[in-house]
Design a protein around this ligand. Structure first.
Ligand code: MN
Length: 248
């Protein structure tokens, strides 16, 4: 297992708007600061501070939605994951969350829903970044080449990913994953399942996940899920995604 120090060195530092602690951030004391943005493999069993203000993703995602999403929905999954681990004798100091997800079929439905819910949200927050005006929000370099090779063009990739997100019936997630044979693949999962789960139809290392539960967008977008999906393209943190792609 890579040490945190090694990982941070490898990951580098990404400038984000926000602060180390959401409480501090919401108090108005936050300034632009540099904090490490973790890759998917670093997600553990506890909820990490949001790396930006609740209002930082406006106008795409409003502050109230972010606050409820982070402090109620996501925090609830984390709490219930800890409960499930205690109830099912999972020693969280001895197993990685990704390993648990890899054999999630051997645990309860409570574990499945909350391990997925916790992981997916921690992953999601790190996938987003405040809209930076004047900058094109697209991947670059070898990651962009891989996307074009796989999907024909970046625009085709956007269309396919958006379709996966739009067509997921009910609650769930749309994903871009890197498969074991090194290819990029788009798909979706129901509820809080994810592509790391042994029982998932879509399998691979997640590079991007988009939450399409109504709780992620309903206050601002109501029934218009396609509008939420279209707006989210300005939020994806391609630096983080590219690092996930290279590390996968
Ligand atoms: Mn959610």
């Amino acid at each position: 297992m890579k040490s945190r120090r090694t990982f941070i060195k490898k990951a580098g530092l990404v400038t984000v708007w926000g602060a180390i602690s959401p409480a501090l951030a919401q108090s108005g004391l936050a300034t632009t600061t540099q904090i490490p943005v973790m890759g998917a493999e670093e997600i553990g069993f506890s909820q990490q501070p949001l790396p930006y203000l609740y209002s930082a993703l406006e106008p795409v995602i409003d502050a109230l939605t972010m606050e409820i999403h982070y402090t109620k929905h996501a925090a609830g999954y984390t709490k219930n994951l800890v409960d499930a681990c205690a109830g099912e004798r999972v020693d969280t100091s001895k197993i990685k969350l990704t390993e648990l997800l890899g054999r999630i079929s051997t645990y309860s439905i409570k574990m499945r829903n909350n391990a997925g819910g916790h992981y997916n949200h921690e992953f999601f927050w790190q996938s987003l970044t405040p809209v930076r005006s004047g900058q094109t929000n697209k991947p670059s370099g070898s990651f962009m080449e891989a996307i074009v090779n796989q999907f024909g063009s970046f625009e085709n990739f956007q269309t396919q990913f958006s379709d996966a997100a739009r067509n997921r019936f009910g609650s769930g997630w749309a994903w871009l994953v890197k498969t074991t044979d090194g290819k990029l693949k788009i798909g979706s999962t129901p509820n809080q399942d994810n592509p790391l789960m042994d029982l998932s139809e879509l399998k691979g290392t997640p590079l991007l996940g988009l939450d399409v539960w109504e709780h992620a967008y309903y206050l601002k977008y109501q029934n218009k899920r396609p509008d939420y999906i279209a707006a989210c393209w300005s939020l994806f943190n391609w630096e983080v995604l590219e690092r996930r792609y290279k590390n996968a």
